[in-house]
Design a protein. Structure first.
Length: 370
């Protein structure tokens, strides 16, 4: 049996919608873009949505639209996908990492407060694996110190904190639609915000610095971060079934929890009572004394894909070389990132596949205990 790590949830309506765009002759900057961003803003509950060609582009444009620049500091987490802190570096600002909570793997609010200096401009929060960070505490700190808040909600569409949706807490947020995400547009992302200025500037920056309809009029330096019509058409269809997809993913997570709950060598994900997780990945921790690489290789031999979500960002080669980070700087992140393992996870994963993954994992652990 072969089991993939992730798989997009694509049906006939998705395929028909993309084909319809191809037949229409309007492949960029057309009606699907308008429809997608309007529907997305409505789903999240923000005034504005700006479609972009990736989550990374979205993060970059928020940082830039906030005027964050060289000399400024932004506090963020080292336990994330590298794009979240790279977005700060793109604009020449300083990345200030702080460590995470052991339970949720999200940025620890207590550490944030200790890292604030007169140069701090913003907190870039990541809702890791689809569980929101402690936005109650983080928004309190931001208000007290007059800091902007950026939510990297790339992994957290539909997630809730105290009943409120991820992406509605900070000044602006980004969602991402790479094919391993809960919903996909192939490549793609969406900025959401209630801030008129961030919306207007992001819209201009993503479209070569244009402000008006004059195609060759450029008010500022910009980029081509636009999302094409085929992607938008797919996004519209995916968004229509997002609640169904999230329910299916939750059911898969529950099946894993039921079986792996009995495995004493595995630490399961913790979802806090205040939160409703939008299951992006299913990441376990292997207890100390288990050779993770050996487990990965055994699973691979048996046809099962797994991955090491996330390696610590501060220990990536260029963060160490160019930004002075070292092993030992963020002990909780480092300890957790050495033990985590993402198992195959997608909406249509069957009970038979889940059983096979869990059984093989048990064998793999037995063979790799030191
Ligand atoms: C936390 C986080 N931030 C940013 C990104 C970047 O999104 P994209 O791959 O669409 O650029 C991702 C996607 O993998 C992510 O998981």
């Amino acid at each position: 049996m072969k089991v993939r790590l992730s798989k997009p949830h694509i049906d006939k309506k998705d395929i028909d919608a993309v084909v319809e765009v191809l037949k229409s002759g309007t492949l960029s900057l057309g009606p699907k873009l308008q429809e997608f961003k309007t529907a997305f803003a409505k789903y999240i509950g923000t005034k504005h949505a700006v479609a972009v060609n990736s989550g990374t582009s979205g993060l970059h444009l928020i940082v830039k639209s906030m005027g964050i620049k060289k000399g400024d500091e932004v506090i963020t987490t080292p336990f994330s996908f590298v794009a979240s802190s790279n977005a700060i570096l793109f604009e020449g600002a300083k990345v200030v990492f702080v460590d995470i909570e052991k339970t949720t793997y999200n940025i620890d609010p207590k550490e944030i407060e200790k890292a604030i200096t007169p140069k701090t401009k913003a907190i870039l929060v990541v809702h890791v694996f689809g569980q929101t960070a402690d936005m109650t505490a983080i928004m309190k700190i931001a208000k007290k110190h007059n800091l902007k808040v950026i939510e990297d909600a790339c992994e957290a569409i539909g997630a809730l904190h105290k009943g409120k949706k991820a992406g509605t807490f900070g000044d602006a947020a980004v969602f991402a639609f790479y094919p391993n995400k809960q919903m996909t547009t192939g490549e793609g992302g969406m900025i959401v915000t209630n801030d008129e200025n961030i919306a207007t500037l992001s819209k201009s920056y993503k479209n070569q610095g244009r402000d008006t309809m004059a195609w060759l009029g450029h008010s500022r330096i910009g980029y081509n971060y636009r999302l094409d019509e085929m992607s938008c058409a797919l996004g519209i269809q995916q968004l229509k079934k997002i609640n169904k997809i999230l329910k299916m993913r939750e059911a898969v997570a529950k099946k894993y929890i039921k079986i792996l709950g009995k495995n004493k060598d595995v630490i399961l994900p913790t979802v806090l009572k205040t939160n409703k997780e939008s299951w992006f990945v299913f990441v376990i921790q292997l207890k100390d004394g288990i050779n993770r690489q050996g487990v990965i290789e055994y699973m691979k031999e048996k046809g099962i894909a797994t991955n090491i979500y996330f390696p610590a960002i501060h220990l990536q080669e260029f963060y160490k070389r160019d930004h002075g980070f070292k092993e030992g700087h963020f002990p909780i992140t480092e300890a957790i990132s050495k033990r985590t393992l993402a198992l195959p996870f997608f909406s249509e994963l069957t009970q038979k596949e889940i059983n096979y993954v869990c059984k093989t994992l048990t064998e793999a652990i037995k063979l790799n205990k030191k």
